[in-house]
Design a protein around this ligand. Structure first.
Ligand code: ITT
Length: 183
């Protein structure tokens, strides 16, 4: 089966391909800009996007809305992660946390799939914000996020390593499980 991944982010596509292609699902990137509403949760943003796209895209598709939630910043940037990354980058997060000892943070990913009806799959990963960027793989905030129980940042991991423990990997796992049972 072929599934369109509606995203502007090739890093996300790489992760989804690594996860879903061994299951016989061909994933391809579809660049189709959709409105990302201001809302309190990633689920609301993802759901609005899917319903808007469902009226415009004929084939089955999914999208992923993710965010980095930093404890000491009371969950910021959260639903504003894309905007913060575009304007301040991960350096901005390091700057906001300068001198802060509580570096706990988590990533959350919401995959929203449209197959004639809406299905949501979520995943989270707990970790901490490093004091300096490390690694050159991945994308976004990966160089400054170290998952709990690991010495490497996400940017020091291969896609396979990151997928095994990441927010998106977990959401993809739930998504794959559902695809196996329902399609
Ligand atoms: P699309 O909305 O087009 O899919 P995006 O990169 O704008 O792509 P999001 O709005 O979901 O994606 O992402 C919010 C921000 O969080 C964005 O800047 C990402 O780079 C970052 N982000 C999301 N997942 C990440 C991950 O696994 N590792 C590092 N940063 C991530």
């Amino acid at each position: 089966m072929r599934l369109a991944f509606v995203t502007s982010n090739p890093g996300k596509v790489e992760e989804a391909k690594k996860y879903l292609e061994p299951l016989g699902i061909e994933v391809y990137q579809l660049r189709f800009e959709y409105p990302e509403i201001q809302a309190d949760t990633l689920e609301e943003v993802a759901e609005y996007g899917v319903m808007w796209l469902a009226e415009r895209i004929k084939e089955p598709f999914f999208l992923d809305d993710s965010g980095l939630f930093v404890d000491a910043l009371r969950g910021f940037p959260g639903v504003y992660s894309a905007y913060v990354y575009r304007t301040l980058g991960y350096q901005g997060i390091l700057k906001l946390l300068e001198g802060e000892t509580n570096r706990r943070a988590h990533f959350k990913s919401v995959i929203a799939c449209w197959v004639g009806e809406l299905h949501l799959f979520t995943g989270t990963v707990e970790g901490e914000i490093t004091t300096e960027p490390r690694g050159r793989f991945g994308f976004g905030f990966d160089p400054v996020f170290k998952p709990h129980g690991f010495d490497k940042t996400f940017a020091e991991m291969t896609t396979e390593e990151k997928n095994r423990i990441s927010h998106r990997g977990r959401a993809l796992e739930a998504f794959a499980q559902w695809l196996r049972e329902n399609l």
